[in-house]
Design a protein around this ligand. Structure first.
Ligand code: HEM
Length: 583
């Protein structure tokens, strides 16, 4: 066997476990879940990951944001009834915080953290699951894998969160109802109570007030804020400070739970590795505790090279078309990666790269993106953004990227040989000519401007709006028509249509923009983000052209390279192939 550098071995593991063989752009749900999980942001760039990273304390307290998030997820899960398949991680907690079983500022803090981030493809329940994985990872814990597909409840679920005063029989029966046996109950409570603690104002019969009673006093479960096995070792060696163990014995539920199998389970978790491994397994099961009507997706793994559907935009600028795309690349820290975007015309002599003509541009500045999950994986994710002018007579049919990792390795990101296709240019959203209605009237809503090709008169232009980040937590959607706005002069062969969505769909509202041609053909500019409203694109790169057959594009006089989709994912993938061959 060859003696390989550790980085290559790590890459081997990463590359083979992280590439989903069947993934192909565009996959709107996968794209949205993957982007949120590994980049931590919603499509307009606002970051939820920053609220918790790095294992941040909650302002005004000595507990962490991560602890508050982890408690919330369990309180949502605790509504599960395994015998009839109802309840579980379904976001019903959003409607349950007025219950005494959900007492505490931590609950409302958390709901406020989460409120603006759910979107069309990220349900509130999936968001809670991702937040759980981040909470554990950012406090030095292991990575809990994430699967998506949870469906939101729009009403409160049954009561049923365990209380510290419950007897062991009642606690055991309650966990059994949720689908956890005795040793799983012990594991789950230990993996939860490694973070945070118990507050004075919430549980005055357990925790005493501090010297200043206006303070929020959190009596921590163990001496660290990190996700570690101190909760277990302290219990076993008798040095625990856990307030649910050593203070008011009527309220000592941790004592009753931890000792319920004569310490067998606690002993099996009494090392850093065993604790981490056990917690990954039991927290994964907790996140899979969903109503029986829900089917979860496969694990959402990191795509080594990723094009965000929400960031791909063909639009109309002041005198011509503009095209924006972003590609995220898993880069090596030690070298400088450069990325070039190539594309084919849609019309004219070089349509679809006929006679081998491709246009290309260098990227603008790149930005590093991360979440607790990608940080814990130790990967560096760099996002390269492109904004290029496009002649409307040529337009654009498909694009792809050549990546130079700066270490002698290059690769092509061309969506497994299918390229990234721009499927239509008949109807285009124009963010720079759209605005939040509140700017005009103080009333919620957005005014959207669409550019529609003036070669035909559409029979209808309309938008389907969708919002999940609503004030009442209930997803909303509606359709609004756009009408020809003759006060805006045509640009580059496009007329402009405007329409207003009058409901407040929340900060992560998205919409699909349709134009129906006279012959009935429908065109759609899909999954546009109202959060990007008002943004005028500044072209970042000069456009060049080449007829080189080495850069893909297919129509290069029959000399297109063969593409194996498994290896078209980036340099790491290529190194993996090499690693596999020589191991
Ligand atoms: C026997 C079952 C359980 C009981 C009786 C219980 C009880 C409690 C109590 C009384 C608090 C203090 C809350 C406050 O002061 O606001 C607390 C905090 C917490 N619980 Fe549990 N819990 C149980 C199970 C779990 C489970 C299964 C998890 C997660 C897997 C969990 C995670 C947490 C976390 C992270 C905190 C700290 C919150 C913070 O610092 O803000 N608990 N628990």
């Amino acid at each position: 066997m060859l003696n390989l550098p550790a980085s290559l071995v790590a890459c081997f593991l990463l590359c083979f476990t992280s590439v989903r063989a069947t993934y192909q752009y565009p996959d709107l749900q996968y794209d949205a879940l993957e982007e949120f999980l590994y980049e931590g942001t919603r499509p307009d760039g606002s970051s939820m990951a920053q609220l918790v990273t790095p294992c941040k304390l909650r302002g005004g307290t000595n507990t962490t944001v991560a602890a508050e998030w982890l408690r919330l997820v369990y309180h949502d899960v605790a509504t599960h009834n395994i015998s009839d398949g109802t309840g579980g991680l379904d976001g019903s907690i959003f409607f349950e915080t007025d219950r005494s079983e959900n007492v505490g500022a931590g609950m409302n803090n958390t709901l406020s953290d989460f409120s603006s981030f759910p979107n069309k493809y990220l349900t509130r329940a999936d968001l809670i699951a991702i937040a759980t994985s981040w909470a554990v990872a950012t406090c030095s814990g292991p990575i809990v894998p994430f699967q998506g597909g949870r469906v939101d409840a729009n009403v409160a679920g049954p009561f049923g969160v365990p209380d510290p005063s419950d007897s062991l029989e009642s606690l055991t029966a309650n966990f059994a109802k949720q689908g956890f046996n005795v040793s799983e109950m012990i594991q789950l409570v230990a993996c939860g109570h490694t973070l945070g603690g118990v507050r004075y104002p919430d549980f005055p019969t357990i925790v005493s007030p501090g010297a200043d009673t206006s303070d929020t006093v959190v009596d921590l479960f163990d001496d660290t804020q990190t996700f570690d096995h101190n909760i277990v070792s302290g219990y076993l060696d008798g040095t625990s400070r856990d307030p649910l163990l050593v203070l008011n014995q009527t309220m000592a539920s941790d004592g009753r739970v931890f000792g319920s199998d004569s310490n067998v389970t606690m002993q099996s978790m009494n090392s850093a590795d065993a604790f981490a491994q056990t917690c990954v397994t039991i927290l994964t099961k907790m996140l899979q505790t969903v109503p029986s009507t829900v089917t979860l997706t496969d694990e959402i793994t990191l795509l080594p090279v990723k094009v965000s559907t929400s960031a791909v935009q063909l639009t109309v600028g002041t005198s011509e078309l503009q095209f924006q795309a972003a590609v995220r690349v898993t880069v090596a820290n030690s070298t400088t990666t450069t990325v070039t975007m190539y594309w084919c015309d849609r019309y004219g002599d070089a349509a679809n790269c006929a006679s081998g003509l491709k246009r290309f541009a260098a990227s603008g500045a790149s930005a590093t993106v991360s979440s607790p999950t990608s940080q814990a994986m130790g990967v560096t994710l760099e996002k390269y953004k492109f904004v290029v002018p496009i002649n409307a007579n040529q337009s654009i049919s498909k694009f792809w990227f050549e990546i130079d990792y700066g270490n002698g390795t290059t690769s092509t990101a061309d969506n497994g040989g299918a390229y990234y296709v721009v499927d239509q240019d008949e109807v285009l959203w124009v963010p720079s000519m759209s605005q939040a209605k509140s700017v005009l009237t103080g009333v919620s809503g957005v005014t959207v401007t669409a550019a529609v090709k003036n070669t035909s008169t559409p029979s209808r232009v309309y938008m389907d709006c969708f919002g999940r980040a609503t004030t009442d937590y209930i997803a909303a959607n509606a359709t609004y028509d756009l009408t020809l706005n003759s006060s805006i002069p045509a640009v580059a062969g496009y007329n402009f249509y405007t329409g207003t969505a009058t409901f407040d769909y929340g900060s992560s509202m998205s919409f699909d923009l349709y134009s129906v041609a006279e012959n009935g053909t429908s065109y759609v500019d899909t999954y546009r983000q109202a959060g990007l409203i008002g943004v005028a694109l500044a072209s970042t790169s000069t456009v060049n052209s080449t007829t080189s057959s080495a850069v893909g594009g297919d129509s290069g006089a029959g000399t297109a390279r063969p593409v194996d989709s498994r290896w078209a994912v980036g340099a790491l993938g290529l190194v993996s192939l090499w690693t596999l061959t020589y191991l």
